[in-house]
Design a protein around this ligand. Structure first.
Ligand SMILES: Cc1cc2nc3c(=O)[nH]c(=O)nc-3n(C[C@H](O)[C@H](O)[C@H](O)COP(=O)(O)O)c2cc1C
Ligand code: SF4
Ligand code: SF4
Length: 280
């Protein structure tokens, strides 16, 4: 049996989970690498992940994985593959999200190698009211890369591989002779099982201002297809909006705003820098 490639999978509307996942992948240093972006892919078809070391990153919403992320990640079907769950949260807390992602990946057939929680700029962060602004920063990304290196070393140790194959080689493969679940142990991770339960969400969506000129960029980047163009301006289906704020952050003219009392509250209460946590 063999593991012969690295896979970096993520759901990441505002790109912080993507940045962390890629940096963890860099730490593995394996040249045979594929990327699965689940952010705007609304298909239901299963995605096979075979003979892979798969980093899977998702944002934390309300102390759990973003519900759309959980649905998209449930499309991954592992065959002889290990997973590295990574959650990214906006400097408040990740609560039960990491154990939830760990269990989801296990249910999809992965053997879970290790896990981590990193901090990303909060979706509700605004100029003048920052919450973890600019994160993951250079220090976070160095730590994500170091975590990837440690995870790779742990995998080699557990597979009893004495002579490490060159990760840059085109024929890279880690060979071993027992099922992965017999060789690789999942370490304890922070979080509760059963997971917390959430109350019903209040429907809300960003408001479109006069600056909108109908370029359609937000239509393409909205993860749930909530945005459409009418009469040269974008409009939003509130029922489909997940409040991810991708359209707010990436509109080229700042035409979209999302006003929530949480911005001021989080700015006040969650400004003390939190650091990444890794579980190896
Ligand atoms: C609806 C919603 C709920 C959120 N809940 C939390 C939370 O419970 N704890 C936290 O620290 N950050 C929370 N965040 C912030 C995101 O986890 C954070 O901004 C993350 O970096 C976004 O990931 P992305 O850039 O991959 O989209 C929430 C964001 C949204 C939109
Ligand atoms: S990205 Fe901005 S300007 Fe372009 S359609 Fe969307 S809201 Fe309008
Ligand atoms: S409309 Fe809602 S779901 Fe779509 S990008 Fe904007 S905030 Fe995210």
């Amino acid at each position: 049996m063999k593991l012969d490639q690295l896979c970096v999978a993520y759901y990441s509307p505002t790109h912080t989970s993507r940045a962390v996942a890629r940096a963890v992948g860099d730490g593995f240093g394996i040249a045979r690498r594929t990327e699965i972006d689940l952010t705007t892919d609304r298909s239901d078809t299963p995605l096979a992940v075979k003979d892979s070391i798969c980093i899977v990153a998702a944002p934390v919403y309300g102390g759990l994985i973003a519900p759309v992320a959980a649905r998209r990640i449930a499309r991954l079907r592992a065959e002889n593959s290990v997973a590295v769950p990574v959650v990214v949260y906006g400097n408040r807390d990740y609560e039960d999200a990491l154990v939830q992602l760990r269990d989801l990946l296990h249910g999809q057939g992965f053997t879970v190698l290790c896990g981590a929680a990193f901090v990303g700029e909060h979706s509700y962060s605004r100029p003048g009211m920052p919450i973890a602004e600019g994160r993951p920063d250079a220090q976070d990304l160095r730590e994500a890369e170091a975590f990837g290196r440690q995870a790779f070393a742990s995998l080699l140790r557990q597979l009893n591989i004495a002579e490490t194959p060159d990760p840059a080689a085109r024929d890279f493969a880690l060979a071993y002779d027992a099922p992965l679940e017999h060789l690789v142990a999942t370490p304890p991770m922070k979080g509760n099982v059963p997971y917390k339960t959430l109350g019903p969400a209040t429907p809300q969506a960003p408001v479109v201002g006069d600056l909108c000129y109908g370029c359609g960029e937000c239509v393409d980047l909205c993860p749930t297809g909530a945005i459409s163009l009418h009469d040269g301006r974008s409009t939003t289906d509130v029922a489909l909006c997940t409040k991810c704020c991708a359209c707010v952050k990436f509109c080229p003219v700042g035409a979209r705003t999302f006003d929530t009392p949480y911005t001021a509250m989080l700015h006040e209460r969650c400004s003390a820098r939190r650091e990444p946590e890794t579980f190896l």
